[in-house]
Ligand binder design. Structure first.
Ligand code: CTP
Length: 402
């Protein structure tokens, strides 16, 4: 492959991993031309980056010899892709706001190529509202992100903030360079054309009597957003929805149901599908009996709520004879999120679990922070709008089904 990336190495402890990234890219036949920020040179030297890339390393915008040989505009255009690794909070902030005061940021602003950020920073810095706003801005501007991963960090804390591992970044870069359209967002042609996606969304309602029911707070927003994103990528989408206050996205086939048993029947009727995404907050139990007359307070007294278990739709479809190729569950948790999600993935026999912490404003809100649990491990995606999260998941699905 005759491709070249422009690798911007920012000032963070993860900078040493970027030296491995240069090597991983070379193994995949991709050349790297490197810019190291001033902060970056505190962690790795231009000499080591140059030895690995076999090319001149650029460090300072105002080096007149460099500008004469290759100006910053030219530098940003001569690459097929710009990669920022590690992308520090400072670099993300500058890129999001168009601040261009050194070679790296000037190049980022001048480039007409796609940009991939591999963030790395302390977990609190990653979670800071300002960083998350900047990430959202860059996503909206069309940038790509990989990581950060969750794990032990150099600063002694634990959580999302570690830069993704070099081989994983290198594979992602290869996908982008090979024109993997599923990575190319909604600007891509339709990578899911001809595929059928089945999604459940919203709550179910389990009747106690003709006027009362058991239910939950699910708004359906995340499931509807995923349906819209998948449809945007060209898929035929069947959305089996509990009662919600939302219009089905355009082009999506929406089947409205009330109870868990109706939801299961509608899903089974919609098979075969290439992918099943179980976003619905299905009521785990239903009243054993529901009479056809309203329970009267005076006459009947306080009725006992005798409950029985509802069918588990996710588990049923995971084990079905005509099981979709990719089955994805959601795990809404309030504590120990990753461990519960892993246990759920095993129990429900699905391929991926999208975990989210619902102790905050996720249920009913417009934002979500998702952790994708797959057989390969966990990836935390930045807190973002439910639409943004849906788009990211839709792209990941498209990639998996390619
Ligand atoms: N799910 C389902 N049918 C059910 C219950 C859950 O299809 N009867 C699906 C949900 O759509 C979600 C996943 O299973 O994709 C996990 O749902 P969740 O409510 O988090 O898990 P439960 O199995 O209900 O476990 P618990 O409530 O104890 O956490």
């Amino acid at each position: 492959m005759n491709k070249r990336v422009l690798l911007i190495i920012g000032g963070g402890i993860a900078a040493y991993k970027s030296l491995f990234l240069i090597r991983e890219l070379a193994r995949r036949g991709v050349q790297s031309r490197v810019i190291i920020t001033k902060g970056g040179t505190e962690f790795v030297t231009p000499l080591s980056a140059g030895a690995l890339s076999g090319d001149k390393v650029f460090t300072d915008l105002f080096d007149l010899t460099d500008e004469a040989e290759m100006g910053h505009i030219e530098l940003s255009r001569a690459a097929d892709l710009v990669v920022v690794a590690p992308a520090t909070a400072d670099l993300l902030a500058k890129a999001a706001h168009g601040i261009a005061n050194d070679l790296a940021t000037t190049t980022l602003m001048a480039t007409d190529k796609r940009v991939l950020f591999a963030p790395a920073m302390n977990v609190r810095m990653w979670e800071a509202a300002s960083t998350q706003r900047n990430v959202q801005q860059l996503l909206d501007d069309g940038a790509y992100f990989i990581g950060p991963d969750a794990g032990d960090m150099a600063c002694g804390e634990f959580g999302p903030g570690r830069m993704a591992e070099p081989p994983v970044i290198a594979d992602h870069i290869l996908g982008l360079l090979q024109g993997d359209t599923s990575l190319d967002g909604l600007r891509a042609p339709k990578p899911l054309k001809g595929r059928h996606m089945l999604i459940t969304a919203g709550p179910t309602r389990e009747p106690i009597d003709p006027v009362r029911y058991l239910s939950n707070h699910s708004s359906g927003k995340q499931g509807y957003a995923i349906a819209a994103a998948l449809s945007g990528l060209g898929a035929k989408v069947t959305l089996v929805s509990g009662p919600v206050n939302l219009q089905p996205p355009e082009g999506v086939d929406c089947v409205r149901i009330e109870t868990a048993r109706e939801m299961l029947a509608a899903c089974e009727a919609a098979l075969p599908a290439d992918c099943f995404i179980s976003v619905a907050a299905v009521a785990d139990w239903r009243p054993k009996a529901c009479g056809d007359k309203k329970i009267k307070k005076d006459k009947d007294g306080i009725p006992p709520l005798n409950l029985t278990e509802n069918p588990d739709i996710l588990r049923t479809l995971s084990k079905a004879e005509n099981r979709p190729q990719l089955v994805i569950g959601f795990a809404a948790e309030t504590n120990d999120v990753i461990n519960h999600a892993k246990a759920k993935r095993a129990k429900k026999k699905c391929d991926w679990i999208v975990a989210n912490d619902v102790s905050g404003d996720v249920m009913g809100g417009d934002h979500n922070e998702m952790i994708l649990v797959t057989p390969d491990g966990e990836t935390t995606w930045p807190r973002q709008s439910k639409t943004g999260a849906a788009r990211q998941l839709a792209l990941k699905i498209a990639q998996a089904l390619l």
